[in-house]
Design a protein around this ligand. Structure first.
Ligand SMILES: [Zn+2]
Length: 286
């Protein structure tokens, strides 16, 4: 059973959550219903202000949030909503969404970063059903490399393998765009070793810990925290960012953080994982 754990996070030990979901009310309700159908009750309020309040109460000073367009025609409206919400949440970084079936993909991408001020894009390849190496995205990647836009990509095979996930196509994208600033979500599970092996080659490649480091996530997404050793975390200590999946997680927020204390990682490593690396990746204050 979980031992009581006292969260150390405060202004003196700040936390930056690299992986938070905020959706417009209609989409949030649909997602909540879908998860409930899977026997997965998040139990946390989805309203952006409530999410921000909860995070602040947990010592989270900054966070990155996103939504996703699961079909064409949605991205432009969602990006506008994301930018509007970001303006109401001090310290928050918003990423936009894209769908490559949108005929005006490049214009939507430019509007998101240049007009709306979104920091980059989040893709969830299984839900959005497109490949990371879809050639229609190449101009977006090319501009991102030059401008420093960031990507958070759920391109790993957790919770299930399908045609849209896996390290092979992703490795091809990095070979083609080696300066791309990418965070691979969920430690790249279930192919963590393969994704972590790419970190040495690409200086702007990161991973996030979201739902990959707590045993509580095993029954929901099949997480296997034992697949990632303490030695690997220490080796990659400058490229691992804490993420939570809040408010979608069906357990308490701190279950996404206490593993780093149960593993007795050095404090200097924890500070990087829970704050400094995200500051470096997302870059500066908004
Ligand atoms: Zn997520």
């Amino acid at each position: 059973m979980a031992a009581p754990w006292r969260s150390p996070f405060s202004d003196a030990f700040p936390c930056f959550d690299a992986h938070v979901h905020l959706h417009p009310p209609g989409l949030a309700r649909a997602i909540e219903r879908w998860f409930a159908g899977q026997g997965w009750r998040a139990g946390h309020a989805f309203d952006p202000a409530a999410v921000a309040d909860t995070l602040r109460a947990r010592g989270v000073r900054r966070f990155c949030f996103f939504s996703y367009a699961h079909k064409p025609g949605m991205a432009r409206g969602l990006n506008r909503w994301l930018a509007d919400i970001a303006a109401t949440l001090p310290g928050a970084v918003a990423l936009g969404t894209l769908h490559p079936d949108d005929p005006d993909l490049d214009a939507v991408a430019r509007e998101a970063t240049d007009d709306l001020g979104l920091r980059g894009f989040k893709f969830h390849h299984s839900v959005q059903r497109f490949h990371v190496d879809d050639a229609r995205l190449f101009s977006v990647y090319e501009r991102a490399e030059a401008a420093g836009h960031v990507f958070v990509l759920h391109v790993g095979t957790m919770p299930y393998r399908d045609a849209f996930t896996g390290v092979e196509r992703f490795a091809g994208v990095m070979a083609r765009f080696p300066r791309l600033r990418v965070c691979v979500a969920h430690m790249g599970a279930f192919q963590s070793a393969e994704f972590l092996a790419l970190l040495a080659r690409y200086p702007h490649l990161y991973v996030d810990t979201t739902m990959a480091m707590t045993l509580l996530a095993t029954r929901y997404v099949g997480a296997d925290p034992a697949a990632i050793s303490d030695a690997e975390l220490e080796r990659h200590q400058d490229r691992v960012m804490f993420g939570s999946d809040f408010p979608l997680i069906p357990y308490d927020y701190d279950e996404e953080r206490r593993w780093a204390w149960e593993r007795r990682l050095p404090d200097a490593v924890r500070r990087k994982i829970f704050h400094d690396n995200a500051e470096a990746f997302f870059g500066g204050r908004p």
